[in-house]
Design a protein around this ligand. Structure first.
Ligand code: ADP
Length: 488
């Protein structure tokens, strides 16, 4: 019953389904029957009343037909009007009493309903097809727009028909739709710093050769002067007859990847150089020691022994640094916390380094016991790194001062040198991995740019802070804080 009511309720469903013809159809039949009965039974002149009723009927059908899809409505209405017009004129001119009133209405209703069903069904099918295609198009467009790479689509002549937002972001400009690849040029289009030859553009090459062009690398300078390295791959799109109908280009910004590759290469050559230096010295001291063995000069043998041990330690430290960096990156740098006197660890580190420092005097201010809770070995590592940097970067300095300052919860340890110092703007960068201050002077210092990065990671993991205060030409002071042990 509900379903039936739904069919005959014009407001509820008209225009939605092809059943919507039912309401005007039923009304049409009822009106015509009523008009015939009314005309014969009461007035006995059906042509007078019938004409009004027919006009009412036409208006009625026009109204509902228009509500039920424009094309279906127009066709059915035209047929209806034409047919009624025919009846009216026939009645008027012939004065003939057509007894075809009810039958006519039924035939008319039948034509109307058949048409309404066919057109409604066609309309629904076409609507569904259009909707499906629109959805597919929308889906594809969403995918293209959201791809993390730049996408350019052209017609078979290389004329841009579509591009996604990522292209605009990468290129820093909007290539206009209609731009012809291979003919129009972007001001900064270059391959390996040479302007690009239009026919060699990957898109054009793909269209001309009819096959994909993979991974061409471009150097592209944007309007904001930033130079990017782009990797472009293009492919022709063919129809069923193997004709090229379009071409697509995928643009990848590989600038960061290239920088990382360069960093890796630089690091490898630096690391090999840093390892080669102590290895060469090691070999030299072993050879010299061998010669002294023959002469049995114990003094020199002991001297070379010490040098061999120094060089071996350097190699060990370098390898340790490399291992620590990889441990930090994989989150495997392990810590074992214990309570200990930090002054003891400072003294250990100073003692070890003082033995190798020929020109510097390392001074510890305040040797009052100070208990901290930390990883003893890692903190020793931080101290060794800061003090050996202080020695390395103060070639003309004579003094290094290690201080301790305690408050209620923390202790701050500082290492002061009177060396080359660090520029203000470099003071944050030196804690980055592989960062080394490039010196304009002739002075060069060995190192990999890893010590401070590792030290900062260690101090951070203890919830402490590591920072520097420095004046170029006067010296630097590195500070780090640690939490005091509650059991002290
Ligand atoms: P490395 O010393 O092996 O190059 P570090 O990470 O220990 O690496 O130091 C990073 C950079 O910070 C160094 O290359 C150097 O330029 C600068 N630096 C570190 N300590 C000092 C210091 N005490 N005085 C001046 N510059 C320093």
């Amino acid at each position: 019953m509900k379903r039936f009511l739904r069919y005959i309720n014009p407001v509820n469903h008209l225009g939605d389904t092809h059943y919507s013809f039912i309401f005007p159809l039923v009304c049409n039949i009822l009106l015509c029957i009523l008009s015939e009965v009314f005309a014969y039974g009461i007035v006995r002149n059906p042509s007078i009343v019938g004409n009004y009723i027919i006009f009412l009927n036409v208006a009625f059908i026009i109204y509902f037909s228009f509500r039920d899809g424009i094309i279906g409505g127009i066709i059915s209405t035209c047929i209806t009007i034409f047919y009624y017009f025919y009846i009216i004129t026939t009645r008027h001119y012939t004065g003939q009493q057509l007894d075809s009133g009810v039958e006519t209405t039924f035939i008319l209703a039948l034509i109307y309903s058949l048409l309404a069903i066919t057109i409604g069904w066609l309309k629904q099918t076409i609507d569904k097809l259009i909707e499906r295609e629109a959805n597919e198009k929308k889906h594809l467009e969403t995918i293209i727009q959201q791809l993390p790479v730049g996408v350019l689509i052209t017609d078979a002549k290389g004329k841009l028909t579509r591009r996604n937002k990522q292209v605009d972001i990468i290129l820093g400009t909007k290539i206009p739709i209609g731009f012809i690849f291979g003919k129009d040029t972007l001001p900064s289009e270059k391959i390996n710093n040479k302007p690009i030859i239009p026919s060699k553009a990957p898109l054009m090459e793909a269209i001309q050769k009819g096959k994909s062009v993979m991974g061409k690398e471009f150097t592209y300078t944007r309007n904001d002067k930033k130079t990017l390295t782009l990797r472009v791959s293009s492919a022709p799109i063919q129809n069923k007859k193997n004709q090229i109908v379009a071409a697509v280009s995928i643009i990848n910004d590989i600038t960061h990847q290239k920088e990382l590759e360069k960093q890796k290469d630089d690091f490898l050559s630096l690391a090999s150089h840093e390892l080669k230096t102590p290895l060469t010295s090691l070999k030299m001291f072993i050879d010299l020691q061998k010669m002294e063995f023959q002469k049995q000069d114990m003094k020199k043998i002991t001297y070379y022994n010490q040098r061999i041990s120094d060089q071996t330690n350097k190699i060990k430290e370098l390898v340790n640094d490399l291992l620590n960096v990889s441990r930090i990156q994989t989150g495997k740098l392990a810590f074992t916390l214990e309570s200990f006197d930090i002054v003891e660890v400072i003294c250990d580190a100073v003692e070890g380094l003082q033995a190798t420092a020929n020109n510097h005097k390392i001074q510890i201010i305040s040797r009052k016991k100070c208990m901290v809770r930390a990883d003893r070995y890692r903190i020793y590592q931080v101290l060794v790194n800061l003090i050996s940097n202080a020695i390395k970067y103060s070639p003309n300095g004579k003094k290094i001062i290690v201080r301790l300052k305690e408050d209620t919860t923390n202790v701050v340890i500082s290492v002061q040198d009177f060396g080359i110092g660090i520029d203000k703007e470099q003071q944050v960068k030196i804690f980055n991995k592989l960062y080394q201050v490039s010196n304009s002077t002739e002075q060069t210092f060995p190192g990999l740019g890893l010590g401070l990065y590792i030290s900062k990671e260690i101090v951070d993991r203890h919830k402490g802070k590591l920072w520097v205060e420095s004046t170029p030409g006067k010296g630097s002071t590195f500070f780090f804080s640690l939490k005091l042990s509650k059991t002290s």
